[in-house]
Design a protein around this ligand. Sequence first.
Ligand SMILES: Cc1cc2nc3c(=O)[nH]c(=O)nc-3n(C[C@H](O)[C@H](O)[C@H](O)COP(=O)(O)OP(=O)(O)OC[C@H]3O[C@@H](n4cnc5c(N)ncnc54)[C@H](O)[C@@H]3O)c2cc1C
Length: 308
Amino acid sequence: MTMEAKLKKQLQHLDGVEVDWNVMLTGHTSLRVGGPVSCLLRPLNLAGLQTAVQVLNKNHHPYFILGRGTNLLVRDGGSRAAAISLESGFSQIEHLDSAGRVKVGAGIRLNRLLRFCLKEALSGLEFIAGIPGSVGGALRMNAGTHAGEMADVCEAVLLLLSDGGLSRLSGSQLRFSYRNLELPPNSVVLEAEFSLTLSSREHIRDKIRALLNTRKDKQPWRLPSAGSVFKNPPGDFAGRLIEAAGLKGIRVGDAQISTKHANFIVNRGQARASDILALIQLAQEKVAHEFGVQLELEIEVVGNNHNT
Ligand SMILES: Cc1cc2nc3c(=O)[nH]c(=O)nc-3n(C[C@H](O)[C@H](O)[C@H](O)COP(=O)(O)OP(=O)(O)OC[C@H]3O[C@@H](n4cnc5c(N)ncnc54)[C@H](O)[C@@H]3O)c2cc1C
C-alpha cells in the first residue's frame, strides 16, 4: 500500500510512536487472512497517539484502531488506511477504590484483565472468559454473551477525539446497544472504568470454568475464526437459521461454515478473505430466500478487494 512520501516522513520521526510500513494484517487478525495496511503505528503513550492522529488528520489520511483483530475481516487487497495499535502503551490496570471499581487501559488483553480480576477476587467480568481481544475492541463492540456484556459493568470511558481533545463519557452518555458502543467519528477509547464487586476467588473461578466448558462444547475453538459472523436477529439465532438453510460445513476454498456452530466461519488453512466473503454472501442470500430474514454482519469488514 502506498503512502505519500511527505506523510511517511512525518510519521517516521514522531516521538513515542513505533512504525512499520506495509504491514500484512494476516498475522494481526484471528481469521489469519487479509492484505496490507499502509502502516502500523504503535504509540507508546498518549502524547505519541495524539501527534500521530494529528498528523494523519492534517494529511486527510484514513486510519482505524486495530485491537487484537478478533472481530475483523480484512479484504485481500488490504487498505490504504493506517492502523493504530494501542497494545504497547495503554495497558495499565488500577484500583479506583476498595469496593471494586477499576480503571483499565484499552490496549489490555481481555484474558489478562480476567486474570487480574481472579487474583483480586473481583466479580462481574467473568462473561469475557473465552472472548479474545482487547478492552478497547470489546468496548467498541459491546462484547458479551448471554452471561453479560461490557455495558453491564462499564461506568465510564475516556476517549481521544479526532480534534486531539479528551472526553470522558459516563452514565447515559454511554450509548451501548447490541454489539455496539456509539462513539464520535474517529475517536479512540483510551481507558475504561468498570464497576465490579468483591467476591470469592473460588466463586469466580467456578463461573469462568463453566463458561469456558460451554464454549468448548459449542464453538470451533481450534480453528482460526472471528467468532460469530452475524448478529442474532430479534427472537432467533443466526446459527440456527444458517444450519436450517443447509449450509453447515459448506466450503469455499479453505473457508468453511463451521460444522460445530453455523454462525462461525473458520479458516482451514489457506483461506482468502474473498472465500469468506463468498460464504457470507451465500448465507445472507439463502437465509433471506428461505426465511425472509436479512442477516446483519457482527464482524467488521475492512479494506479493498484488490491490491491497488
Ligand atoms: C473465537 C472467538 C470467539 C469470540 N466470542 C465472542 C463472544 O462470545 N462475544 C462477543 O461479543 N464477541 C466475540 N468475539 C469477537 C471479538 O472477540 C470481540 O468483538 C472482541 O472483544 C474485539 O476485540 P479486538 O481487540 O479484537 O477488536 P478488533 O477486532 O481489533 O476491532 C473491533 C472494532 O473495534 C475498534 N476498536 C478496537 N480498539 C478500539 C479502541 N481502543 N478505540 C476505538 N475503537 C476500537 C476497531 O477499530 C474495530 O472497529 C469472538 C472472537 C473470536 C475469534
